[in-house]
Design a protein around this ligand. Structure first.
Ligand code: ADP
Length: 375
């Protein structure tokens, strides 16, 4: 509908290339409200106004059983000025991108084609070492499928929001249906669905886990339409809500929960070619002297680096030309600053080291062979 698309607002790129805003708000980051790339500030504020009215309308007519405070929290802690991530922002990971296109993007855009046998999965797990682009992928899926993006850190549910978490979980799933198509991105899902949390060690945590699993099952049931007397529209909405979860500790997820993720996609460390693409992208806006040969040297030196390690390296190297200047930099023009060169990267490599150890990498590979799809 018109209103539906007008609340889709785009998010500014202030945090592009950073940890997708998950630290800004401990509970929910980024329900992106999108508009086209070209939108002006005026357009943005108009859309914000529309979104505020829409929020008010939702809160006024909350479905029964949904706690108003929890609903407010979900809607307000949605970071509207988050930023969009597109497939092209993510280096490599073609297999994962294709899997996500088929599992989420196309079914969300063309639900009529994905019914019956082609019914999309309700949950997908992205696993792998930290800093490999799992969060970026989730955000890109939301952008490309024109979905509302709910981003929750599972660890905040089990710590900071412990007392209110069950209500929050309930409100979350209801609002995801109201604002469908929706992606519920749960980061650090291991802290919610771990074996430990199921075995009664912590009663409150166990209750949140149970609530989460119940809500998720309801979604699955509603999606396949087994509920008696259910309205088609509700079924359609549930059909376009997906739980996308990420973890760096896939082995911590208990078996029953693991099986609910029909799709489990391994997000590995970047290959040489992917590192080259990422480095070139990072340098593309900068004055630099790196040739293709220099980049090849760099690729050889960054084996075992994650995407976020590469970003950290490039940021540090970019400081190189300024470091030797000291206070003088305050009086220099842009043109007087020397370009970034390979030696800056080499110097940065002494302090920026790969964050994933060889032994933990083997653990991911083993888990992927046993339980995952290769990315
Ligand atoms: P994860 O969720 O797997 O821990 P993120 O998606 O949060 O990792 O990535 C952290 C940061 O590392 C990103 O903001 C980006 O700067 C960089 N990064 C990681 N993987 C990639 C990639 N494939 N392409 C481009 N940048 C990446």
């Amino acid at each position: 509908s018109v209103e539906e698309s007008s609340i889709e607002s785009r998010t500014r790129s202030a945090r592009r290339g950073h940890k997708g805003g998950r630290t800004d708000s401990p509970l929910v980051a980024d329900v992106a409200v999108r508009v086209p790339e070209s939108s002006s500030e005026d357009e943005d504020s108009r859309i914000m106004g529309t979104w505020n009215r829409r929020k008010a309308a939702i809160l006024k007519r909350l479905p029964p059983g949904v706690d108003e405070h929890a609903a407010k929290q979900i809607l307000n802690e949605i970071v509207i000025q988050g930023d969009e991530v597109h497939w092209s922002d993510i280096a490599g990971l073609d297999i994962a991108k294709n899997a996500l296109r088929e599992a989420v993007v196309y079914p969300f855009l063309r639900p009529d084609l994905f019914m019956g046998l082609r019914e999309p999965a309700r949950g997908m797990l992205l696993f792998g070492p930290p800093g490999t682009g799992k969060t970026m992928l989730a955000r890109a899926v939301a952008t490309e499928s024109k979905s509302t993006f709910f981003s929750i850190s599972a660890s905040s549910l089990t710590s900071k929001y412990l007392g209110e978490s069950e209500k929050l979980v309930r409100a979350l799933f209801v609002l995801a249906k109201v604002l469908a198509p929706s992606i519920i991105f749960v980061d650090e899902i291991d802290s919610l669905l771990s074996q430990r949390s199921g075995s009664g060690e912590n009663e409150a945590t166990r209750r949140i886990k149970t609530e989460f699993l119940i809500q998720w099952s309801d979604l699955q049931r509603a999606a396949v339409g087994r509920e008696v007397g259910e309205k088609d529209r509700e079924r359609g909405d549930a059909n376009r809500v997906l739980v996308l979860a990420a973890t760096n500790l896939p082995w911590a997820i208990d078996e029953a929960a693991r099986r609910r993720f029909v799709r489990r996609q391994y997000i590995p460390l970047p290959e040489a070619e992917t590192r080259a693409v990422q480095i070139k992208t990072l340098l593309s806006q900068q004055k630099h002297t790196l040739t293709d040969a220099d980049i090849s040297v760099l690729i050889g030196l960054t084996d075992g680096f994650s995407g976020s390690d590469i970003t950290a390296l490039a940021k540090d190297a970019a400081m190189g030309p300024l470091r030797s200047l000291g206070e003088a930099l305050l009086h220099m023009t842009m043109d007087e600053i020397r370009p970034i060169g390979l030696p800056d990267f080499i110097a940065s490599l002494t302090t920026i080291r790969p964050s994933v150890s060889k032994s933990s990498l083997r653990q991911y590979e083993d888990w992927a062979s046993e339980f995952g799809e290769r990315g």
